[in-house]
Write a protein that binds this ligand. Structure first.
Ligand code: ZN
Length: 589
């Protein structure tokens, strides 16, 4: 149940790793030199662009291999100092590429009739989307010196705040007493308690979480002010209307899509409120449900599966969709791409890291034999499959935004859920259904609250520093707008912003709404699959192949989906509403 990383590197001190690290530095210098020497006029533009792209594909291939190896190592052991330092070292080396990237962008945007230049070479045509994206973003780029200066200043600015945040929240402890026994716990450990079945323990954990967050709030408030303030400043300098505008551009999503989706979410929130209220009743709450219970599990499945059975379930479930997907899943298991063994120091989550240079991925998960673990693995293999569909592409053509990244994963999870639903234990069926609804609720309702929170935060930060009290008020107001009267307001944690790493990821603002998009989009696609059957399989694989070379609107169109249509989003919501009704009915029966 441990993975094999040998195909990437055997160790940091291995010849291969050291050789590539040296090569990375040389390549970056060469690219910077090439751009400096040759891009001073527009003559032979096609040849120059081609040379630049080829050099960049080579550099990026080495960078991603080095970086993913270091990242994989830190992901399974937060105490691996060698790996943590290496991530930092690779980052620092890589920062220098910004000089040539900025200069290239400034140069290419001035080429008249760029479409004709691109059309003159097959290699350039292959990179058309990549080049056009650079040109469309070029108006937001400052000059080389300013861009490099920002990157360097960030390591003592926002990135230093982020590091401080990480250190504060990962080391803070609080004492709790369970069954008369005193215990020191961290925020991470409390998260695990909160999911526990005993309502008293959940309550205790929620109180402890609030206390720890309150204790940290002054220092973390400095972090959130530092990070959001810098993001506002950089976006303003670069000419973005707002931080959100930058995020939309990065997600290849237009404003219309976001507004339509958010409007549909807002109007459908009562569907989820019904679910939370019903859950509250089941748990014996007379009034609204306490926040901590909103995502607690009511129906626990009895199913226990071995790792081998999990493998068989996924392979056979995926086979009902396509042989290729099933073969791929088998390969993931057989070639040891998964680190599934629960161990200390490993994060308690599922994650997939793609290593395009070797056309493979690696998956981290904690497998303890519950049906949930099977669903998580199916989800993660979905992520890996998405990248596998892009294996023929050049490295520069393998990027796709978060919003689209959740499509294949949630889709594969839905296939697996269907397979699990066919098993005979009613209790398990209800548990699977509940988890599927709870997940959707989390990605839609909870993320809606975070979207409102961040919008307000960036707006208020423009006016100056924000106090702890004000951030608390924004937090509660956002939660109220998302949960309505279904959750007891007295139980909402005004300091919840302290324990949400997403607000502190420098350069990755608004991490949440792309997930809402992903969930609803994947539900909508799954509805299409149910309607259209086999013919959909080919279209779906074709669609995944296009995701790195088109914007959201057009790539959706390629699979006959209009993300500007209210009906599409409503249909996706109806799938969740149907599940909620089915769940309530089944529990009553
Ligand atoms: Zn995912």
């Amino acid at each position: 149940m441990r993975w094999n990383l040998d195909n990437i590197y055997k160790a940091f001190y291995s010849d291969e790793f050291q050789k590539d690290l040296g090569k990375l530095q040389i390549l970056i210098k060469e690219i910077n030199k090439y751009v400096d020497e040759y891009l001073d006029d527009l003559e032979d533009a096609a040849i120059k662009i081609q040379t630049y792209l080829k050099m960049n594909n080579e550099y990026r291939s080495i960078y991603l291999r080095l970086q993913s190896y270091a990242e994989l190592r830190t992901s399974i052991d937060g105490q691996d100092d060698e790996a943590i330092n290496m991530v930092d070292k690779i980052d620092t080396i890589n920062n220098e590429i910004i000089t040539s990237f900025t200069a290239f962008t400034k140069w290419i945007k001035d080429i008249p009739d760029i479409e004709t230049v691109i059309g003159s070479s097959l290699y350039l045509l292959e990179h058309r989307f990549y080049l056009c994206e650079i040109i469309s973003k070029s108006s937001y780029l400052l000059d080389e010196k300013q861009e490099l200066l920002i990157k360097r200043m960030q390591s003592t600015g926002s990135r230093a705040w982020q590091k401080l945040y990480m250190s504060l929240t990962s080391s803070a402890e609080i004492q709790i007493v369970i069954n008369g026994i005193k215990k020191q716990v961290t925020l991470g450990e409390l998260k695990n308690f909160e999911g526990k079945n005993d309502p008293e323990i959940r309550k205790l954990a929620a109180k402890a979480e609030k206390d720890i967050c309150e204790n940290l709030s002054k220092s973390v408030n400095a972090c959130i002010n530092g990070i959001t303030g810098e993001a506002n400043t950089i976006c303003e300098l670069k000419g973005y209307g707002s931080v959100l505008e930058k995020v939309l551009l990065e997600n290849r999503m237009d404003k219309q899509t976001l507004e339509i989706m958010m409007d549909v979410i807002k109007r459908n929130l009562p569907i989820f409120h019904t679910f939370f209220k019903y859950k509250g009743n089941l748990l014996g709450h007379k009034a609204a449900i306490p926040y901590i219970d909103a995502y607690a599990t009511i129906k626990k499945g009895n199913m226990k599966v071995s790792y081998n059975e999990c493998k068989e379930l996924i392979i056979s479930g995926f086979q009902k969709f396509s042989q290729e997907l099933s073969n791929f899943a088998k390969r993931v298991f057989d070639e040891k791409w998964i680190d599934a063994e629960p161990r200390k120091g490993k994060g308690n989550y599922g994650v997939t890291i793609d290593i395009f240079p070797i056309k493979e991925s690696r998956i981290i998960t904690n497998f303890s034999g519950n049906y949930v673990d099977v669903a998580i693995l199916a989800h993660e293999i979905g992520h890996a499959y998405h990248s596998y569909c892009l294996r023929q592409e050049e490295i520069l053509n393998t990027d796709y935004p978060v919003s689209i990244a959740e499509t294949a994963s949630i889709f594969c999870e839905s296939i697996l859920n269907q397979e699990l639903m066919d098993n005979p234990h009613t209790e398990d069926k209800l548990a699977i259904l509940e988890r599927s609804i709870s997940d959707a609720a989390y990605y839609i309702v909870e993320m809606y609250s975070r979207y409102i929170f961040e919008c307000e935060l960036f707006l208020r930060r423009k006016e100056g520093m924000i106090s702890v009290n004000t951030v608390n008020e924004i937090m509660i107001e956002s939660l109220k707008q998302a949960y309505g009267d279904s959750v007891d307001i007295e139980t909402m944690n005004p300091y919840a912003w302290v324990n949400n790493i997403g607000f502190y990821m420098v350069g990755n603002e608004y991490l949440d709404f792309p997930y809402s998009f992903g969930v609803l989009f994947a539900k909508g696609l799954y509805a299409q699959h149910l309607k259209r059957g086999k013919e959909f399989v080919v279209e779906f694989e074709q669609f995944l192949k296009m995701t790195s070379k088109m914007d959201l609107y057009n790539v959706s169109k390629s699979i006959n989906i209009d993300v500007h249509s209210v009906d599409f989003w409503n249909d996706a919501m109806k799938m969740i509403e149907y599940d909620i009704k089915k769940f309530i009915q089944s529990v009553k029966d």
